[in-house]
Design a protein. Structure first.
Length: 329
């Protein structure tokens, strides 16, 4: 990737590998380009400008063969012509409205087909268990997806989240006015103006950890809303019907970005719940009293065998895996 340090914006626009990555962030080039961008490349600004141009030109939209439209129009024209060519006999004059209805129906069907073909498609990106992924939105904002999570968007400034994701939103202005960035997570809506935050949306509960900047966290259905400040954590669950906010240590909520989980005075049950969300395993705690035991520590996520061993040492017990089940004796 060394040659790209000398690239200008126009060079990136001619580079097939770069274009393929922008249009298909899940493709085979994703990892190399993402690593290059995250490394603080010297030409990162030129690359981001090229990304904006490519996205603006909407190369990603699927094109429809030109003959589709011409054939459709021809069929409609033929229908109209054939109806006009038939002379109306006295007995048929009362049925002229049937022919007109047929023409109108053909036009309506054609319009509906064009609408569904041309309507904007969503971009959907997801991660499997035990894996994370970095995604660059069309506006150059960065999203890191945690395991078993997904985002969906047609407009890069409006994103839907399922699971957990960390956002680094790029601040953009239009005629001096900041462009809004909105994240939808379950019933909640997070409005952003250039910031860094973590969103988690699992089991009808949405939580946000704000690391930098300012966001408005709201739930339109319940009319609950709050303005978040840095190092603040907010949570909303449908069962409670309200937003609960408190100061928090960001590291406890963003350590997954470094392939680890940090726990501070967490119950064993909560630790297992978090690990289940990441790995997809079913955790079985043999002794009920152990579930409420409070622990603190760091678990590395890259090596599953080491993780289970450390978890056993942390709990002073035996932890084994049998298929998709993790048994804590």
């Amino acid at each position: 990737m060394d040659k790209y340090s000398n690239y200008r914006t126009e060079d990136f626009l001619k580079d097939e590998s770069f274009i393929n990555w922008v249009l298909d962030p899940e493709g085979e080039n994703n990892q190399a380009w993402t690593k290059w961008m995250n490394a603080g490349a010297a030409k990162k600004e030129a690359a981001q400008k090229a990304m904006e141009i490519i996205r603006t030109l909407e190369f990603k939209k699927e094109t429809v063969a030109g003959e589709f439209y011409s054939n459709l129009k021809q069929r409609i024209d033929n229908t109209i012509a054939s109806e006009q060519a038939i002379p109306l006999q006295p007995k048929q004059q009362g049925r002229w409205w049937l022919k007109a209805a047929a023409v109108i129906a053909a036009l309506l069907i054609g319009a509906l087909v064009l609408y569904y073909v041309r309507k904007p498609a969503y971009t959907y990106i997801s991660t499997p268990y035990a894996a994370t992924k970095t995604v660059w939105l069309p506006d150059s904002s960065e999203v890191v997806l945690n395991a078993n999570s997904a985002i969906r968007y047609s407009n890069s400034r409006e994103v839907e989240v399922t699971g957990e994701a960390f956002f680094k939103v790029r601040h953009l202005e239009n005629d001096g006015t900041a462009q809004p960035f909105v994240v939808y997570a379950g019933d909640a809506m997070i409005e952003v103006l250039g910031t860094e935050f973590n969103v988690k949306n699992i089991n009808n509960t949405t939580s946000v950890l704000l690391q930098k900047g300012k966001v408005r966290f709201s739930v339109p259905a319940s009319k609950a809303t709050t303005i978040m400040q840095p190092n603040e954590y907010c949570q909303y669950s449908a069962a409670q019907g309200k937003i609960i906010a408190h100061a928090a240590n960001p590291v406890l909520f963003t350590s997954w970005l470094e392939k680890k989980y940090r726990f501070e005075q967490a119950t064993v049950q909560d630790v297992c719940k978090t690990l289940k969300e990441y790995f997809g395993f079913e955790f079985i705690i043999k002794r009920p009293e152990l579930a409420t035991q409070v622990v603190s520590g760091t678990l590395e996520l890259q090596n599953e065998q080491v993780l289970l061993q450390v978890l056993g040492e942390l709990l002073h017990t035996t932890v084994t895996r049998e298929g998709n089940q993790v048994i804590i004796e």
